[in-house]
Design a binder for this molecule. Structure first.
Ligand code: MN
Length: 332
C-alpha cells in the first residue's frame, strides 16, 4: 500500500522485532463529526437542540487501527439537560464489536436479538455484531444532565467475523492499581488483570483514573502497539503533557508506560497485537471486499439480515455506495 511505502518506519515499528522498534509518541488529530439531524432527531421529528459533536480519532488518514481497535469517537462532557440527549436510531453492524463506555450519563441499548440494557459509568456494553445485528442507542427520559463517553469498535478476525451476534453487559470489571493510578480493564488484559468480556484478538482497553499527584508505571507488552486518549483533566504520558481530548499513538516496543497527573485526570489506554488483516470499513460495516460491503448495505435496505429493533425510532437508511470500488486497507 502506498501508505506504508510513504512511512516505512511504521512497518518496522510493529514488525514483531520489539527490541529493534523504538517506541513513538505521535499525536493523533481528530476530525469533528457532527451527528447529523438524520441520526439526531427529536421524538417529534425536529432536530435536537444540541446536536452531538464528537471527536473522531480513528479512523483518520494517519491511523486506522491500534491492535484490533478500529474506531474511536470521544464526546463530552455535554450538557444535555435541556435536550433529548443521545438519539441514535436503529442501524446495522457486521464484522466488528461495539464497545460503549461512559464517564457520565446514561444510554439505553436496544438490539435486534432482544437485548435491552441501560448503561451507566463504569459499566461495559459489548455487542459482538458478527454476521449481523442492528441496535439503537438513546437517552432515556428523563436522563442524566451530562453525556460524556467514548464509542469504540473492535474489528473481528476472519475466523470469527461471521459468528452469530451476541450482547454482553458487565458491571464488575477488574482493576489494576498502583500509586495513585487505578486502571479499570474493560476489555482484554493489562499485566495479568483480565476483563470478563469476550475478545477475539489479544488486546487491552483500560480506563486510567489518575489521582491528584498520582504516578505509576503501567506494565505493557513490547510486541503490542498502544495509544492513549486523555478523557478528563490532564496527564503526563511517557513524560509528555497531554490535555483532555488529546490522543497519542505510542507504537510498539515498550515494556512499561509512565503515567502521572499533577491535577488528576482520566485516560483511556488502548492497545493490542498489531492487526495483520486488511479490511474494508464503510459506514457501520467491516468486511474484506467491496462486494461484501455492498451486500451488507443491500440486505440492510431490504430488511433481510440484521433483524428489527423494537423502539429507538425509524431505522437509519444506509447512505449510497461510493462511486469508487472500496479497497481493503491495513493498519496505518
Ligand atoms: Mn452502532
Amino acid at each position: 500500500m502506498s501508505n506504508l511505502e510513504a512511512n516505512p518506519e511504521q512497518v518496522d515499528l510493529c514488525g514483531g522485532v520489539a527490541d529493534a522498534s523504538p517506541p513513538t509518541f505521535d499525536p493523533l488529530e481528530a476530525r469533528q463529526v457532527v451527528l447529523t439531524p438524520r441520526v439526531w432527531i427529536g421524538p417529534d421529528g425536529r432536530p435536537g437542540p444540541d446536536p452531538l459533536t464528537v471527536l473522531r480519532f480513528m479512523p483518520t488518514r494517519g491511523r486506522r487501527m491500534v491492535g484490533a481497535w478500529c474506531f474511536v469517537d470521544f464526546y463530552g462532557p455535554n450538557d444535555v439537560s435541556d435536550s433529548d440527549g443521545m438519539l441514535v436510531a436503529p442501524h446495522p453492524h457486521c464484522g466488528l464489536q461495539t464497545v460503549t463506555w461512559l464517564l457520565a450519563g446514561d444510554i439505553l441499548h436496544r438490539d435486534s436479538i432482544g437485548s435491552e440494557q441501560l448503561i451507566a459509568p463504569g459499566q461495559l456494553n459489548l455487542m459482538t455484531a458478527g454476521h449481523g445485528i442492528a441496535h439503537a442507542e438513546t437517552s432515556v427520559q428523563p436522563h442524566s444532565p451530562t453525556l460524556h463517553g467514548v464509542q469504540l469498535w473492535v474489528v473481528l478476525p476472519d475466523a470469527d467475523r461471521d459468528r452469530a451476534a451476541s450482547f454482553e453487559h458487565h458491571e464488575n470489571l477488574p482493576v489494576w492499581s498502583d500509586d495513585g493510578v487505578s486502571a479499570t480493564v474493560l476489555l482484554g488484559s493489562l499485566d495479568g488483570v483480565t476483563s470478563p468480556a469476550t475478545t477475539f484478538t489479544p488486546l487491552v482497553g483500560a480506563d486510567l483514573d489518575l489521582a491528584v499527584a498520582g504516578s505509576a508505571r503501567l506494565p505493557l507488552r513490547p510486541e503490542w502497539e498502544y495509544a492513549v486518549l486523555v478523557t478528563d483533566g490532564s496527564a503526563e504520558i511517557d513524560g509528555r503533557p497531554m490535555a483532555r481530548a488529546e490522543m497519542a499513538y505510542l507504537g510498539c516496543g515498550r515494556d512499561h508506560l509512565g503515567v502521572s497527573s499533577a491535577e488528576g485526570g482520566r485516560a483511556l489506554l488502548l492497545g493490542g497485537e498489531p492487526f495483520s488483516e486488511q479490511i474494508v470499513m464503510w459506514w457501520n460495516f467491516v468486511g474484506r471486499t467491496h462486494a461484501e460491503i455492498a451486500e451488507a448495505r443491500a440486505t440492510w435496505e431490504s430488511g433481510n439480515r440484521f433483524g428489527t429493533v423494537s423502539g429507538g425510532g425509524d431505522p437509519l437508511p444506509a447512505p449510497p455506495m461510493p462511486p469508487v470500488t472500496l479497497k481493503p486497507r491495513g493498519r496505518a
